[in-house]
Design a protein around this ligand. Structure first.
Ligand SMILES: [Zn+2]
Length: 90
């Protein structure tokens, strides 16, 4: 009859039960955009919680950054346009 050569370590034995306590969490839908959502959490898709806007979403942040980047680039271009004639004078 085959017999294990070595004793299983505690780590190896207990890792078998490592995921035993994991439970499937309840999932609800966002009332505003119907994305799947954990209960009692603000929606990351639209930033709403209980019908009120509470978060700035990633898209809104990136849109805002793109707007500021555009303004900055325009200012830089204007600065370069004014700076070029002076550099030619020197
Ligand atoms: Zn939502």
């Amino acid at each position: 009859m085959p017999v294990p050569k070595r004793k299983r370590s505690r780590r190896r034995r207990d890792s078998r039960f490592a995921n035993k306590g994991i439970q499937v969490k309840a999932i609800t839908g966002c009332a505003n955009c119907s994305l799947p959502l954990a209960p009692h959490q603000a929606c990351s898709g639209c930033g709403h919680y209980k019908g009120a806007k509470v978060l700035v979403t990633k898209e809104e942040r990136s849109a805002k950054r793109a707007g500021t980047r555009k303004v900055r680039d325009e200012r830089k271009a204007a600065r370069q346009a004014t700076a070029e004639p002076t550099s030619e004078q020197q």
